[in-house]
Design a protein around this ligand. Sequence first.
Ligand code: F6P
Length: 342
Amino acid sequence: MRIGVLTAGGDCPGLNAVIRSVVHRAVTNFGDEVVGFEDGYAGLLEGRFRTLDLDGVSGILARGGTILGSSRLQRDRLREACENAQDMAREFGIDVLIPIGGEGTLTAARMLSDSGGLPVVGVPKTIDNDISGTDRTFGFDTAVGVATEAMDRLKTTAESHQRVMVVEVMGRHAGWIALESGMAAGAHGICLPERPFDPADLVAMVEERFARGKKFAVICVAEGAHPAEGTMDYGHGAIDKFGHERFQGIGTALAFELERRLGKEAKPVILGHIQRGGTPTAYDRVLATRFGWHAVEAAHRGEFGRMTALRGTEIEMVPLADATAELKTVPKDRMDEAESVF
Ligand code: F6P
């Protein structure tokens, strides 16, 4: 079998672990040939690929980013790209494609698979953990760890200066990173895209803490969080060329707002791409390795149009259609749990 692999969309710690695992399982167990397309679907469309052998994936398990490079696909080019991708895959003799990516990548994978021209087995990835059908995506644990450590560190400097720290983490439409890192770090406020917040509640929380003799507060805010209507002057921005909403910096806006209302110093800290860079945690390396292993097995069983998914402790294959139907956002009971420990 000739297997094509690509990584598309925003990168994520653990991508290299999947690539390595696919190559090991395919080459060693099945005697397959594996080729890696460069820079996501762009490499498939432009015929940029290289053979991946055991030597080629040696030493990459712990490396962040992706050795293949990645790129995003503009939504209006998706169908056209799919048609061309099938032709290219046929030309390169690819029997099955394993695209590793988030919602956009898996949607393209589903279109490729639905059109019947190219067998596909997907592998979900995203630090946001917002893909339906799987309990977890690799990269999330790493991002939560980075954000948690940052807030732990910010607490000590905040306390020294009696400041409020507003820490903005990634998560456009789903607040999983804010929820879990905020809980892990013991943040005093957590703002999620799923539940509009009222700055007055945060002001009350900070004042109550200072009245109790506490001299600092840390608020964790997802980049997609927004104030309830009429509570604060703030609006999210335009749509970028990939169809994603552009965010205007809720962390900075909220810090300024709190400083104005409280009369205390409030500092914004934007963690940004630090959450995506660097080595994956042990958890993410294991999950990514299992996903790669199961993707190759599924390819050999002919289970196409599906993706690997973590269900409990088992890896299962779920239809790409289920995974891309809707984003997995934070449910109400998880938000209530987090609020109860502030
Ligand atoms: O989807 C993953 C993600 O890291 C989001 O959390 C974030 O909003 C986005 O990608 C950032 O994308 P870019 O790398 O294009 O700035």
